[in-house]
Each structure stands twice: as C-alpha cells, then as structure tokens.
Design a protein around this ligand. Structure first.
Ligand SMILES: NC(=O)c1ccc[n+]([C@@H]2O[C@H](COP(=O)([O-])OP(=O)(O)OC[C@H]3O[C@@H](n4cnc5c(N)ncnc54)[C@H](O)[C@@H]3O)[C@@H](O)[C@H]2O)c1
Length: 470
C-alpha cells in the first residue's frame, strides 16, 4: 500500500520505517525542515537503537522518503497516519493544535481518486477521532468547496504502544495491535495494511530476531472511542504500577524490608506480573505524565474525580524529591557540594529528556546551592541544547563526573554503567556516597567497593549468613 506518516518523531519515524520494511511504500512528512534534512542525509535526528539499519532496509524493501511537503504523498496514499506530538498545555490538557493542523491539511490534499483512511496514531483525548473527522471534512470543504467530486475517507484510531529504546522490536513484534473504526471499509483497509505483521509473514531483520514464541500478533478491533481509551488506560495503569512499587518501597525502608525482594515475591503472581515493579526515583518521559493529566481532564469534563490517577501523579512527584532527601540525610548540607548525576535521559537507550527526573533533580540541587556534574552516554547534547539555563557541568565519562564529587546519583540505568569500576570510582570521590535511584547496583558489591550505598526501598541491614548445612 501507499502510506504517508505525518510527524517524523519517535513514533512516526519508527512506524513509517516498519511499514516500509513490511513492503509498503512510505513517505514521512514533518514541518521541521532540519529534521527532514537530517533524515534525507542519512543522519538520525533522534536516537533509537537500530533505526539507521531499519531505515536502510526499509528503503530497499517498500521504499521510504522524508519530506516537508506532505500533500503530494498524501494525495497518492491509501492510508495517512497522524503521528504528531500532543504535548500537555500548562493546564494539563493535551495540545491538539498540531493534530488539528495535520487533519485539516490532509483534508485539503484529498481528491476523489481513491478511498483513504486517516489513522490517528498520536495519543489524543477520548473523542478526538470525531474531531479529526470534522477537521478533515473542513479541510476538504476549504480546498474543494461543495466537495462535488465525492471525496471519501474513513477515520481510524490505532494507538501506539512502542517504548523508546526498544521501539523497533515493539513495532515489529507487538503484544497486540489495536484498531478502532466505525465502518468495515476502514477496518478492512487497516487489517490488510497490518496483515504481514499480524501473521508475522516477513523476514525478521538480522539485528532484531523474532521472539521464538511469537507466531501471530493479536488484533483487537474496537470502536473509535474504545481504542482511544485503551491507550490511556494502558499508560495510566503502567504509571500506577510503578507508583505502587515506589509507595511500597518507601514503606519497606521504614519497616526494614527490601523492596527488590518484595517485588520479586509479588511479581511471580501471574495476576500481577514482574514488569514495571521496579522501585526507583519515579517515571518520566513524554507519555505517562501527559496521558494521566489528559485523562484527568476528560474525567473532569464529565464531572468525575479519578482519585487513583490523581494519586499516581502525586506519588511520582514526591518520589523525585526522595533523592534530594537522601542526599540531605547523607551530606547534611548541600550548599557548595558537588553532586554527580549518572544518566540524564528519562530512561536508557534514548536521548529523550521530556519530563526526565534528571532535570528536576538537577534544578533542585542547583537551587539548593549544589554544583551539578553529569554524564550520559547519549543525551548530553540534547540536554545542553534544550536546557541552557541548567548550569550542569557535562563530563566525558562517568568517572570524570564522579571525580571529586561529594555524592553520585544513578539516575538512568544505562547498561554501560554495569561495567563501571566501582572501587576506582569510590576512591576518586570526595565522599563515596552513592544514591542508586534505580536499584541498579548490588548493594553489597557497592559497599565492598567502598561506597556508602543507598538504594530505593532497600534494606540497609546485612542479610543473615546462611546456616551451614550439616
Ligand atoms: N514517544 C513515545 O514513546 C510514544 C509512545 C506511544 C505514543 N506516543 C504518542 O505519539 C505521538 C507522537 O509522539 P512522538 O514522541 O513521536 O513525538 P515527537 O515530538 O517526537 O514527534 C512529533 C513530530 O510531529 C511533527 N509535527 C508537528 N506538527 C506537524 C504537522 N502539522 N505536520 C507534520 N509534522 C508535524 C513535529 O515536528 C515532530 O517532529 C504523541 O501523541 C505521543 O503521545 C509516543
């Protein structure tokens, strides 16, 4: 099929590349000329593992190109995806201006040559598909007054569940595909588009082999509204699960239990599951906070108070301050101290800093009079460019960051931090205080290395020695 994806960000680019990998002919369009020029030159404006390889394969298979002028491609397309950003406004509402502009432009680019499906992949407040439908119609009316040509289209919702850092595997081997539409023709078009993915009838890329257990991807077909709600329900649940782990971890600290043991113990319950139960310094990223706020906004529109969602936000906000409290407990005075942050990205394997805990922690430390040094394998250029007001001293290595520091905080659990020479690190610090914001290190190993180690919800007491077997 011929596909246009509007918005060449994390979601749009990966979606476009995967669809082209499956054999569709894809154009990715973005208003950001610098981003488009980067992709055209083969330089990646975003960091996502395997994206360069996938784009090269996609170009050879179905074909993919990048443009700022989406109208010619959209006019030739059977399916047009909207994957623009929907960031939060100051009041928590989703900013739909990018979506609205895209929908109107799609309408304006249409003609009667073919039936087209406009698919909303952006995360949008429940009911936005109706808005897209109206805006596409308005775009058609403005470009073709009277629509005498009989232009026809359908609107669908196809929420995206990819995780940055593993976005390509999540897109090629998803847990499920959710399609919301009201008419059969729209649903059938999308079913056909996704058929190779649903049946897993494509050669897996060498760099991302297909999971052995995956034979078929479940397809969930729903109404438009249910599809939109599924996305919010999934994200708010995941955020709540992390918040729950953090709340229990905080209680563990008080009673002397170990949160990692507790989470292992409850995660084996198949009704609960092990994933997203890692206590730490709170979730971040472009989605959870914005999606909870957006769902709260929807709840408020209907006069409903969603207490669990409110609590989720509050627990996470408080959790980010826990690092500061732990530093104050260890160092007493933060003024004039040097704190090293290991990791800046909101999670490993991405350069995305949207709502990253590191930013709030750095900002608070600077307010409290501390000096902040930081090292991140990928996100430092983005952090420097996006946050010029944060007077962070960026370092070339983790060792460089902790040198002469009074404390180190593990903020992002990048795999390379597992290779750090902990004794060497501890030796080069002013004070070997380590706050492990992701429970990444083994407490005993860190202590043996000379660190005064503190995790999140980890019991400070030594375990009893095993009883010798006679
Ligand atoms: N990033 C994720 O992990 C993730 C996961 C699932 C869902 N989502 C949702 O997907 C959507 C996109 O997220 P993202 O992270 O890819 O955003 P992003 O900010 O990385 O990319 C959005 C892109 O849209 C472009 N854009 C804005 N208006 C445009 C227009 N009128 N025409 C063409 N391009 C336009 C921007 O220039 C930008 O490059 C959001 O609604 C987000 O909530 C994101």
């Amino acid at each position: 099929m011929r596909v246009t994806v509007i918005g060449a960000g994390y979601v749009g680019t990966v979606t476009g590349a995967c669809l082209a990998y499956l054999g569709h002919r894809v154009t990715c369009a973005d208003v950001d000329a610098a981003k488009v020029a980067g992709f055209q030159r083969g330089q990646m404006p975003i960091y996502e593992p395997h994206l360069p390889e996938l784009l090269a394969d996609a170009a050879r298979r179905g074909g993919i190109d990048f443009t700022t002028d989406f109208a010619p491609a959209a006019a030739q397309s059977d399916v047009v995806f909207i994957a623009v950003g929907t960031p939060p406004l100051p009041n928590g509402e989703a900013n739909l201006s990018y979506l609205e502009a895209a929908a109107r432009n799609i309408g304006a680019s249409m003609d009667a040559v073919r039936f087209r499906v406009v698919v909303n992949k952006s995360t949008v407040p429940v009911g936005s598909a109706n808005l897209v439908d109206t805006l596409v119609r308005e775009g058609i009316r403005e470009a073709h007054p009277g629509n005498k040509q009989g232009i026809s289209f359908g609107v669908a919702s196809n929420p995206e569940f990819l995780r940055e850092g593993s976005a390509i595997a999540d897109s090629l081997y998803p847990d499920r595909i959710v399609l919301g539409a009201e008419e059969d023709r729209t649903m059938e078009t999308l079913r056909a588009l996704y058929q190779p993915l649903i049946e897993q009838k494509f050669d897996a890329p060498a760099y991302l082999p297909r999971p052995a257990s995956l034979a078929r991807v479940p397809l969930v077909t729903t109404t438009l509204t249910s599809a939109e709600m599924i996305k919010y329900a999934a994200n708010t649940f995941l955020a709540m699960k992390i918040g729950f782990a953090n709340e229990i971890a905080n209680l563990c600290e008080k009673v002397g239990a170990d949160a990692t043991e507790v989470m292992a113990g409850i995660g084996l319950d198949s009704r609960i599951g092990r994933q997203f139960l890692n206590a730490g310094l709170g979730w971040g990223g472009s989605c959870f906070g914005k999606d909870i706020q957006s769902l709260l906004q929807t709840a408020a529109e209907y006069g409903y108070q969603a207490r669990l969602l409110e609590a989720s936000l509050a627990v996470n906000r408080a959790q980010r301050q826990i690092v500061i409290q732990k530093l104050q407990e260890k160092l007493l005075i933060l003024k004039g101290r040097t704190i090293a942050l290991l990791g800046l990205a909101f999670k490993p394997d991405t350069d995305d800093l949207r709502d990253a805990p590191s930013l709030q922690i750095a900002e608070r430390l600077l307010q409290l009079g501390a000096r902040v040094k930081a090292y991140d394998p990928i996100a430092m250029p983005a952090c420097r460019a996006q946050n010029p007001e944060l007077k962070i001293q960026y370092c070339d290595s983790a060792l460089d960051a902790v040198a002469q520091a009074d404390a180190a905080v593990l903020v992002t659990e990048w795999a390379e931090f597992a290779q750090l020479d902990l004794p060497q690190m501890a030796r080069c610090m002013q004070q070997p205080v380590l706050i492990d914001g992701r429970n990444f290190f083994e407490p005993e190993a860190a202590r043996r290395a000379g660190f005064d180690y503190t995790g999140i919800g980890r019991c400070a007491r030594a375990r009893p020695a095993p009883v010798p077997q006679t």
